[in-house]
Write a protein that binds this ligand. Structure first.
Ligand SMILES: [Zn+2]
Length: 334
C-alpha cells in the first residue's frame, strides 16, 4: 500500500500533504504489529522469522524515535521532496516488500506436517546408490521418524560412477545414517541392469524384482521416480516403467499403493526451499524436511557417499529443492 501511495505522489495523483497523512496513519500500527509478531514467532518456535524481523523492528523504531521536532511524522510533506527523500522511502518500501516475501516463504517452509502419516512399510525403488539421499531424503527421514519401516531396492550398483563394491558399501552407510539398516537394503549388480544414462532396462525384469520385494516386505507403499526421472536419466525412467508395469498387472500386494516422485522444471529444481509454496499448491502428498532433517540428509550424503560427493553434488545438496521437498503423484493401476 505504501508503494502505491508513494507512486501516486510521484505521478501527481496525490499532493504531498495527502500522501504523508495517509502514510503516517500506518506508522504506529505497523510498529505495534511487528512488536507483537516477534514474540508470537518465538512462542510458536519460528525463531528464524523472529530473528529476520528484528532488524525491521529496530529500523522502524529508530525512524519513529528520530522524527525531527516540527515534522508531522516519519513522512513530512515539507521534506518529502528534499534530499531525495521520496526515492529513499520508495527504496525502503521495496526492501520491506522483499523482506516480507522471504518471511512468507520461510513460514511456508517451516509449516510442515502434510506428509501422509499412514505410510508404515515403504519400499523405495531407486536406480543408483546416492539416489536415496539426493532425491528421496525428506521422505525417508520423515517416514523413519514416524516409526515406519523403509526398504530400499537399488537396481544397479552405480558402476559408472565408481566401483560397484565401493558404491554398494556407500549405500549401506548412507541408508544407515538415514535410519534404514543394512538388512533392509538390497543392491543389484546385473548386466541386464547396467548403470548408464542411456541404458534402458527391461520393464518386465524391473516389475518382477519390484513385485518380489514388495511381497517379501509386505510393502504398503512403493516409491520411485516419475516418467521424467528428475533428471531424465534413462535408469531412473526405467525404474518408473517397471513399477508402473507391476502396478498395472497387479503384481504388487493388494493393499499397496505406488507413488512417483514429481519432477519439476529447472527453476523450481534449484529453488532451495522456496518452492514450498508452489509445491503445497500443486500437490497433496508433500514431505518437507526441517533444517535439522536437511543437515541429516547432507551428512548421510557426505559421509555415506564420499566417492560421489564432488563439487556439483555438494551444490545440489544445498540448492536443489529435492534435498528439502518431495512431492508425489499416485501411480494408478488401471
Ligand atoms: Zn540416479
Amino acid at each position: 500500500m505504501q508503494v502505491i501511495t508513494l507512486s501516486d505522489l510521484e505521478c501527481d495523483y496525490l499532493n504531498a500533504r495527502q500522501c504523508c497523512t495517509k502514510l503516517n496513519i500506518w506508522v504506529i500500527p505497523k510498529l505495534i504489529a511487528h512488536a507483537v509478531l516477534i514474540p508470537a514467532f518465538l512462542f510458536y518456535g519460528y525463531w528464524l522469522l523472529a530473528l529476520i524481523n528484528l532488524p525491521i523492528l529496530g529500523w522502524m523504531t529508530f525512524e519513529f524515535l528520530t522524527v525531527p521536532s516540527g515534522n508531522t511524522g516519519v513522512f513530512d510533506p515539507t521534506e518529502i521532496y528534499n534530499r531525495g527523500q521520496l526515492k529513499r522511502h520508495m527504496r525502503q518500501c521495496m526492501i520491506f516488500l522483499g523482506w516480507y516475501l522471504i518471511s512468507f516463504f520461510i513460514y511456508m517452509y517451516w509449516k510442515r506436517g502434510v506428509a501422509p502419516g499412514n505410510w508404515k512399510r515403504v519400499l523405495l525403488v531407486i536406480a543408483h546408490p546416492d539416489d536415496e539421499c539426493m532425491f528421496f531424503g525428506p521422505t525417508l527421514v520423515e517416514v523413519v521418524r514416524r516409526g515406519g519401516k523403509v526398504y530400499v531396492v537399488c537396481l544397479s550398483s552405480g558402476e559408472q560412477g565408481g566401483t560397484g563394491d565401493v558404491r554398494k558399501r556407500e549405500l549401506f552407510a548412507a541408508c544407515s545414517a538415514l535410519g534404514v539398516p543394512q538388512a533392509d537394503v538390497v543392491v543389484y549388480r546385473c548386466c541386464d541392469l547396467a548403470d548408464g544414462p542411456h541404458n534402458s532396462w527391461s520393464p518386465l525384469l524391473v516389475a518382477r524384482l519390484v513385485s518380489h520385494h514388495a511381497h517379501v516386505r509386505s510393502a504398503d507403499v512403493l516409491l520411485t521416480f516419475d516418467r521424467y526421472g528428475v533428471s531424465y536419466h534413462e535408469n531412473h525412467v526405467s525404474a518408473w516403467r517397471g513399477v508402473v508395469l507391476a502396478v498395472r498387472n497387479a503384481l504388487c500386494p493388494e493393499h499397496s499403493q505406488a507413488y512417483a516422485l514429481e519432477t519439476v522444471n529447472i527453476l523450481r529444481k534449484y529453488s532451495v526451499f522456496f518452492d514450498c509454496f508452489l509445491s503445497r499448491c500443486t500437490s497433496n502428498i508433500i514431505f518437507i524436511a526441517s533444517l535439522d532433517d536437511h543437515s541429516k540428509i547432507v551428512k548421510a550424503m557426505s559421509t555415506g557417499h564420499p566417492s560421489q560427493y564432488i563439487w556439483f553434488r555438494r551444490l545440489f545438496m544445498y540448492f536443489s529443492r529435492y534435498a528439502y521437498i518431495n512431492t508425489y503423484k499416485r501411480i494408478i493401476g488401471k
